[in-house]
Design a protein around this ligand. Structure first.
Ligand code: 2P0
Length: 330
């Protein structure tokens, strides 16, 4: 099944006249139960479900307008070369949706995630792009359908269509129509996410290649889907009961299990730097002192701390550079 076939199924048959311009925002998201490995690389269909938390006002804003001649991309106020990786990925995604072959776009994107925050912006970027397309081209699709379209740009983008806790259902269908994201009803106003940036150096391998290499070569990958199934149930139960200890233990354990599958890949994939290990020891030390903090980490060396509001002072003392996000502030 190709992306175009999925899109033909979802988009309205009657096309509206494009708007003059459309602007949309989507938040960044941090996975608490990770997406690692695909059952279909063309459609970004995951091997297993995942669960994330969206980061409120940290994310991407995208404005789209029709343009004559060729696409033009501006990111954070800078005009991009068409061969830059952002412009190439965005143009390939837009190719799927042009109302006519000669139809081009003016794309203006702004990340409210500071570049130095060490967060990937592809999830919020593709989610905002999809929302802006929905407005500009008058599709009038629901968020669930839009999450399926955003997934075609980047898997984790489907979770950035929603605020708060979000589950991405793995689905079973070959066309991925049952692989969409959905918000959980629960709010947890006390919850905080701390972004700890340890390095902004280029990663040794991108997550797309790393997850394929892990799935294909890691002997530990065989137990990953069942780990996710167990962790997802436990996390949802911990959220429902506001059991922070269980919540933190499961999220931290899931991130470490994902990294364990990568370490066992051949060749091994190691995202941790010496600073990462040092920071993990600091988290453990804070916890031993009674400050309840846990961490998660993605395909990179930086940590994301999970804690509650009353522990903010201890966290800032332990990690003076931390950037704190309140996911349920709005
Ligand atoms: C996640 N990551 O659940 C996991 C944890 C990284 C580590 O989703 O190939 O950029 O575009 O579907 O979404 C990063 O992968 O990959 C990711 P593609 P994506 O957040």
């Amino acid at each position: 099944m190709t992306k175009s076939e999925v899109i033909t199924k979802l988009l309205p048959k009657r096309r509206a006249w494009p708007q003059a311009a459309a602007t949309a925002f989507a938040p960044a998201n941090i996975a608490l139960c990770k997406y690692w490995g695909k059952r279909d690389a063309e459609l970004n269909l995951p091997t297993a479900a995942s669960l994330s938390i969206s980061l409120g006002r940290l994310g991407s804003e995208v404005t789209l307008a029709p343009r004559a001649g060729h696409d033009r991309f501006t990111l954070n106020g800078k005009l991009l070369a068409p061969e830059s990786s952002f412009a190439r990925r965005a143009a390939a995604f837009l190719d799927l949706f042009r109302p006519a072959r000669e139809f081009c776009f003016e794309v203006t994107a702004t990340n409210t995630i500071p570049t130095a925050a060490g967060l990937a912006s592809s999830a919020s970027g593709f989610a905002a792009l999809t929302l802006a397309l929905n407005e500009l081209l008058g599709w009038r699709l629901e968020r669930r359908q839009l999450s399926i379209l955003a997934r075609l740009g980047s898997g984790s983008a489907c979770r950035s269509l929603f605020e708060g806790f979000v589950e991405w259902h793995a689905g079973e269908k070959a066309n991925g129509m049952d692989s969409f994201a959905e918000p959980l009803a629960a709010r947890w106003p006390d919850l905080r996410v701390g972004l700890v940036v340890l390095s902004d150096k280029e990663k040794p391998i991108g997550s797309r290649d790393a997850m394929a290499q892990t799935r294909d070569t890691s002997p530990l990958y065989a137990v990953w889907p069942e780990t996710v199934t167990r962790d997802l149930v436990a996390l949802k139960e911990a959220i429902r009961r506001r059991d922070f200890t269980r919540f933190g233990e499961v999220a931290e354990g899931n991130a470490l299990a994902m990294h364990a599958t990568m370490l066992a890949a051949r060749p091994s994939i190691l995202y941790c730097l010496p600073e990462t290990i040092e920071a993990i020891h600091s988290v453990h030390a804070l916890r031993a002192e009674g400050c309840e903090v846990y961490f998660t980490m993605d395909a990179g060396p930086n940590l994301k701390l999970l804690f509650r509001k009353p522990d903010l002072r201890s966290i800032v003392k332990g990690f003076p550079e931390v950037r704190v996000v309140s996911p349920f502030a709005t």
